[in-house]
Design a binder for this molecule. Sequence first.
Ligand code: TRP
Length: 375
Amino acid sequence: MARKEFQVTPYEVQGNIDYDKLVKEFGVSKLTDNLLKRLKKHTGDLHFMLKRKVFFAHRDLKWLLDEFENGNKFFLYTGCGPSGPIHLGHLQTWKFVKWLQDKFDVELWFQFTDDEKFLFKDKSYDEIQEWTKENMLDVIALGFDPKKTHFLIDTKHSGLMYPEAVKISKKITFSTVKSSFGFTNENNIGSIFYTSMQAVPAILPSVLEGKNIPCLIPLGIDQDPHFRVARDVYPKLNFYKPSILHGRFLPPLVGEGEGKASTSKGNNNIFTTDSQEEVENKIKKYAYSGGQNTIEEHREKGGRTDVDVSFQYLRMLFEPDDKKLAEIKGKYESGEMLTGELKDILIEKINTFLKEHQEKREKAKDKIDEFIYKP
Ligand code: TRP
């Protein structure tokens, strides 16, 4: 943190993130209007997260679309590190993935990195296993098609994954991992190997089919370093480099729309298992407001939607309707709408979503087995 004011690695997201700087630093490309137009030719419409640049950058998306247009279908790959309850930031990525699966009618490989979370968090092996089951319920509840969706659990599918992981690991040095993830000599040796496990699902379908299949990985941009490292390795093993779509972070509740929602910060996030009252309390008490200090001042100057967390939650996740969002923006910025009223809109949206999600999550308990990949 000394050299710059923010930091983004898979294991540390800190400070006020400058996404333009990050794009340069990581060497990814911004999504252009042309590329979005090309995507729209296939999807019919554009997801609001694309229109609003929530998903804003990519690697090799042009190549992926070239392949697709030549009849070479891709598969989707994303994942979850099971170390605690699922928060709204996770849902942002997964809802987008669901849309992609529906629009392109493609397979999704979903990795649960129980090994990773055991290695990196101060939690027992058994506890991580519990979270793995819990987190699966949230993924299933989002309505993924079990015929086209395959769960991989690192420690359970190790027989399948390890032969590929070990080949990948042979081509990554300790010094690369150290500089990419900020590791020191104090890191445990499992954490040093881990990137090679996260690299595997991007090629596993190709291994299983015995032919190269293009892969698209939607992710929060903090996960990019794993693939930046792995993408150098895939061609050396005669696989395609996967294409990537990068998402911005849904901000935590506290703070001026900064940083990243995370599993470990209780009141700073909404979890999918929160009660209606908890949601209401958290938003009312903690969601950073871009409003003014007094009603008079607010009426006069209006609120700031760019830093208002409730507005950002609507923009990034809960209000797909562009017209409605524009109306809220107009009213809030002009001072006609107060922070309390804005928060009420969001609370209603979240609670309506969660009520249904929690019911589906209950029903998902009988469905886990259908989703777990069986060779
Ligand atoms: N490492 C990710 C996490 O901590 C989980 C993950 C595994 C992942 N494979 C992925 C995320 C692919 C995005 C894309 O949450």
